[in-house]
Design a protein around this ligand. Sequence first.
Ligand code: NAD
Length: 530
Amino acid sequence: MSAIPQPEIAAAQPGPQFAVHNPATQEIIGTLPNLTANQIAEAVAKASAAQARWAPTPVRDRLRILGRFAELLCDQKNSVAAVISREAGKPEAEALSTEILVVLDTVKYLENNLPEFLRPEPVPHGNPIMKLKRGTLLREPYGVIGIISPWNYPFSLPSVQTLTALATGNAVVLKPSEFTPFSSLELEKLLRAAGMDPDLLQVITGDGAAGAALLAAKIQKVVFTGSVATGKRVSQAAAARLLPVVLELGGKDPMIVLEDADVGVASSAAVWGAFMNAGQTCLSVERCYVHERIYAKFLEACVAKTSKLRVGAGTDPNTDAGPMIHERQLRIVQSHVDDAVSRGARLLAGGKALYNLGPNFFALTILADVDHSMQIMREETFGPVLPVCSFKTEDEAVALANDSEYGLAACIFTGNRKRGEALARRIQAGTVMVNDVIACFGISEAPHGGVKASGIGRTHGRFGLEEMVWPKYVDSDRLPRMKKLWWYGYGPGFAQQMGGFIELLFAKKLINRLRGGVKSTKSYLRRRLL
Ligand code: NAD
């Protein structure tokens, strides 16, 4: 395993520290500084100075550094996966497939798409008078982007956002979760080894107070990923200073299994979608609705498959599902399960903590006959629980799926792709997958983000690139020596001539357009006073 990186700011100014634990064993992985507001403001100032040097750097040179970073990451994938697994608890296989692979694909996406994206874009004008002007759209970097991250995808989430921000010409000050900061320090280390100016990406460590201090520092945009509760606080702080935000928040993603679905495939998808990363994925299957005709068969298959899965430490290669990140998360999961059972849900598997494995392990749990009066169907559970109920009609399934304050993603399983796509249009979610779960996060071209309480804005793909730049419209007149028709020189005939123009351009009938043309001609001859 690679040596634990320590942030440079910390080495320079020691202060209060916090410990980071392995959630499987509770052993202390390392301690890091809880940076003060002054240290964070200093980091932002350094980033801002570096950004001024970075923004004029040609795109191909920026991409060359990202390419070297990708090469290093590819070589060191196993040691980086070990760092992720140790602090987040997930199996190393998942660290490779859902974190490192996603980041490498992002670099490829940027290499393939960024030059075109940043190329000045001609803006053709429809209005004939405005055809005398040449319009060009430029995409300018914001400056310093503040990125605040959660613990559940401690490498891929901040890395995708950071790489996109850097490639588009920004600097980044990144505040990782206090539970999983070492993965972000790996990102910082690899980018520096690839030749990136150290001031351009600075990882600032600390808890929520460090995040709040970053929001108060001189950043030009914040990209926040985390819970709805914190997202609201971030949004309020940002609003007070008109700071643009992207908010990637929680989810309560529904899975709909239609009667024509392959039960074998759909049950495997449900089990993986609910239990991978121990259910701590924003895109996890958090609610499952199955057509009544296949309900019993589907549940039977899910129970049989779940009984074969192994819960344990993520560093053990035989593990399928790791621990919860901390005991607080485990207690939330337990309370949702207990609430569901007390209201009549049938417990088909799991349902309790596995204290024999450690303080944070929860058994893979299947609940049947749940309904929307239960917390488990309304609030984000964020644990290894698959709650299932049946439906009779498509309309009922859509109504149930949309009966949520969240709208991050959804999935539909069916033997008829067209039927699935038609149904997808009726679901209120940022992403709907037909016949797969979660995998959309690994598609670099696909925009990621939610509607309703699940957030504002997008990361990934073209929409994700657009979030990192502001549009600047440059307008250049082709006849610089000509005074414009609408400038001063108003007189009795002016209103009539302008009325003529409006008719020429917009009147429905040809005769009115022609009449307008005649009326407006005089404006070309109008004497302009100034
Ligand atoms: P969280 O909201 O508790 O913390 C997220 C980050 O915000 C952490 O770095 C934390 O230190 C920081 N923070 C806390 N208080 C702050 C404040 N007042 N100002 C600024 N920053 C502050 O979330 P979490 O528990 O780390 O992550 C789990 C949540 O994240 C879940 O709800 C999950 O659905 C969501 N999530 C969403 C996505 C997505 O893409 N939509 C992806 C992953 C996780």
